[in-house]
Design a protein around this ligand. Structure first.
Ligand code: ATP
Ligand code: MG
Length: 189
């Protein structure tokens, strides 16, 4: 579960990016975060991975108050959150397989477990046939699916994707209970 209580974020002294945000996202809930450009969507997601810090308020992820984490603890938080960046951030010199395996290698997972999980997510994103290819030789949609697979590889508590919806995900998504929450900085939920 993800919860926010009275969260405020300023850039500089006077630029209010988030103004008294309160939200609750239950386990298994599927949420869309929408709002006009500059409304604060990216800022809100950045708070969840401690890329930015809130000025005030509490953010609980899986019951833990992440506002209190110090810099050394942040990598451990990020291992529990699957994040697909707008520009995918795939490593060019690594193959599809190696890019997806990376989060598990970082945490020192056993080789057999890595092979099993990578195979599972490759199947999930329908990219088994491209496993030995390098990212620069993939289509935009295929690169996006590699980034999604990498975000899912260590069974995150929470998974976030920035930017456009993926049509490929429609069949996958239909199996989930979809809840949409509307968000703008002018009208906090
Ligand atoms: N690093 C920064 N320094 C100063 N102001 C920032 C910074 N990042 C974002 N802002 C400002 O904070 C506000 C919220 O930005 P944010 O990137 O969260 O918006 P967004 O909802 O993701 O917009 P978009 O849909 O255009 O991506 C905007 O007014 C933006 O100009
Ligand atoms: Mg944004």
């Amino acid at each position: 579960m993800i919860q926010m209580f009275h969260v405020y974020k300023y850039y500089g002294k006077h630029h209010v990016a988030l103004d008294d945000i309160n939200l609750k996202i239950e386990k298994g809930e599927f949420v869309f975060l929408v709002g006009s450009s500059g409304a604060g969507k990216s800022t809100l997601l950045k708070l969840m991975i401690c890329e930015e810090r809130a000025e005030q308020g509490q953010i609980l992820i899986g019951g833990k108050n992440i506002s209190r984490l110090n810099e050394n603890q942040v990598p451990f938080l990020r291992r529990n959150i699957g994040f697909v960046f707008q520009d995918f951030k795939l490593i060019r010199r690594k193959t599809v397989y190696e890019n997806i395996a990376l989060p598990l290698e970082i945490v020192g997972a056993p080789g057999g477990e890595i092979r099993k999980r990578v195979q599972e997510v490759l199947k999930m994103v329908q990219l088994e046939h491209r496993r030995n290819q390098f990212p620069q030789f993939l289509s935009g949609g295929e690169q996006q699916r590699v980034a999604i697979a990498r975000a899912l590889i260590n069974r995150p508590l929470s998974y976030w994707r920035m930017s456009r919806p993926v049509t490929w995900m429609n069949s996958f998504r239909s199996k989930l209970w979809i809840c949409s929450k509307i968000f703008t900085s002018a009208e906090p939920p």
